[in-house]
Design a protein around this ligand. Structure first.
Ligand code: ZN
Length: 77
């Protein structure tokens, strides 16, 4: 799985990001509309963080729904 590092505005620190999975992309489209481009969205993998954003800029970012919040035990490493 490809990972990148970005400054996460929610965590307030540099974090690893991974691409959104299918369920996460669907959730973004529920909010942004069915034609919203979700192929280049990445989410922060820090425990309990819901931030996502396009690869290169924070402008199109936002927060995923609560159901995607990861417990700390799920995100070790
Ligand atoms: Zn974060």
């Amino acid at each position: 799985m490809t990972e990148i590092e970005r400054e996460c505005p929610t965590c307030g620190s540099r974090q690893k990001f991974r691409r959104l999975d299918a369920a996460e992309k669907a959730a973004v489209r529920e909010v942004k509309g069915p034609r919203h481009f979700v192929g280049d969205l990445w989410r922060c993998t820090a425990p309990r963080c819901l931030w996502y954003q396009p690869h290169l800029h924070r402008g199109g970012g936002g927060l995923l729904p609560e159901r995607f919040r990861t417990e700390e035990t799920d995100a070790a490493g």
